[in-house]
Design a protein. Structure first.
Length: 391
């Protein structure tokens, strides 16, 4: 079978070659005519003269002589190199020449000033010291972004999230919490509930911020639950605070509970829940803050309770909220001891414990994302000791 000779391109120069044109080298490869997937053996060489010419010789089956085509070297297009892939030269007639002789094609590129950028990248990739340095630099950048950049972006996104989206978060998260897996209806008497609700209103009036605060009193250990939240209190992004019956019973007086509620109000006004969740669940969720997409917000809110209960707050968030609670307790009672004592009981799970029961944190606590109880107790003591000096 004889393969037709490729049709000459209109832009092809005359077949006459410049005199005394030295052969710079023959590059072996294959030719595709652009109309079929069949390849044919071919060679490419460059003739130097008044105008550098690329001479393509195609060897067809049964045709020992083959056929030749010529184009100005500047009319050829060289695809950037890819590791493990044959080099490709695109021809003006729509065909292509492919070869494994990367060095020869690279030399042609350099002679014609082609693909300077890709060739520079390739040189960098082949330089191991530079490559390792680039990897190390990238690693430092990623570490810096995750340590400083992402928290900053998350805080900014949390601050910019509309109140309507926060309200949607709270509604959806409460529905998840009240499905029986995490908590059940409170077993506290009506009078006790009214007493705690009044105390909560007192705290939130002091905290301010204009949030639609509400206190949900719930049983943290409902019968048959596998994921009960137990003795706990936490704040949802929009101003909803959950406190369990077990925590109420653990407290020795209501000053301790009001200290806990002031701490949670600090998380609300600081938008700590939202920034922590944005940071923990990834940058893709930050679009909710920008678009105000309530459908996305509702879907996202389903993950809020689990994230809060599993991960808690950052060191910075806990410290800031302890400072809020410390100010409230100092203004109302002149001491931060109520919160220090209840924190110790929560940490030790001992109803008889007080602040002196927790003297030091786990040696590895400095690696944790949230502060240890002993560290928090020391900070609350410092707030009390320095109170008079700041006023």
């Amino acid at each position: 079978m004889t393969t037709p000779t490729p049709t000459p391109s209109p832009s092809r120069p005359p077949t006459h070659l410049p005199p005394a044109a030295p052969l710079t080298g023959v590059i072996e490869g294959v030719y595709f005519d652009g109309r079929s997937s069949r390849d044919r053996v071919a060679t490419l060489r460059v003739l130097r003269g008044g105008e550098d010419l690329a001479v393509l010789r195609v060897q067809a089956e049964g045709d020992a002589a083959g056929s030749e085509q010529q184009w100005p070297l500047r009319a050829l297009h060289f695809d950037p190199p890819l590791p493990g892939v044959r080099r490709v030269v695109k021809l003006p007639d729509g065909g292509r020449f492919e070869t494994v002789d990367d060095a020869a094609i690279t030399a042609l590129e350099a002679a014609g000033g082609r693909n300077r950028g890709p060739r520079g990248v390739r040189r960098l990739e082949s330089n191991w010291p530079l490559t390792l340095g680039a990897v190390a630099t990238l690693g430092l950048f990623v570490w810096g972004f995750l340590t400083y950049g992402l928290p900053a972006v998350a805080r900014s996104a949390a601050a910019a999230t509309p109140r309507s989206v926060l309200a949607s978060f709270d509604r959806s998260a409460t529905e998840v919490l009240d499905n029986g897996s995490f908590m059940g209806q409170t077993r506290l008497g009506a009078a006790r509930q009214r007493q705690l609700q009044q105390g909560f209103r007192d705290v939130t009036r002091w905290a301010g911020g204009g949030y639609p605060y509400r206190l949900l009193l719930r049983d943290g250990e409902p019968e048959g639950s596998m994921g009960a939240i137990g003795t706990n209190a936490f704040a949802l992004p929009g101003g909803t605070v959950v406190m369990t019956d077990q925590l109420v019973r653990l407290a020795r007086d209501d000053r301790e509970l009001l200290g806990v509620l002031a701490h949670e109000a600090g998380h609300v006004t600081g938008r700590h829940s939202l920034s922590g969740i944005y940071q923990g669940l990834g940058l893709t969720l930050l679009t909710t803050a920008v678009t105000g997409d309530l459908v996305s917000a509702s879907t996202f809110a389903a993950a809020v309770p689990t994230w809060l209960l599993k991960n808690g707050y950052s060191r910075q968030a806990e410290t800031q909220s302890d400072e809020v609670a410390g100010r409230f307790l100092m203004e109302r009672y002149g001491t931060t001891k109520p919160l220090r004592d209840v924190l110790a009981r929560l940490d030790t799970e001992d109803a008889e414990a007080d602040e002196n029961s927790v003297t030091q944190d786990d040696p590895g606590s400095f690696l944790q994302t949230h502060p240890g109880t002993a560290e928090r107790i020391r900070h609350l003591r410092e707030i009390e000791q320095n109170w008079g000096k700041k006023r």
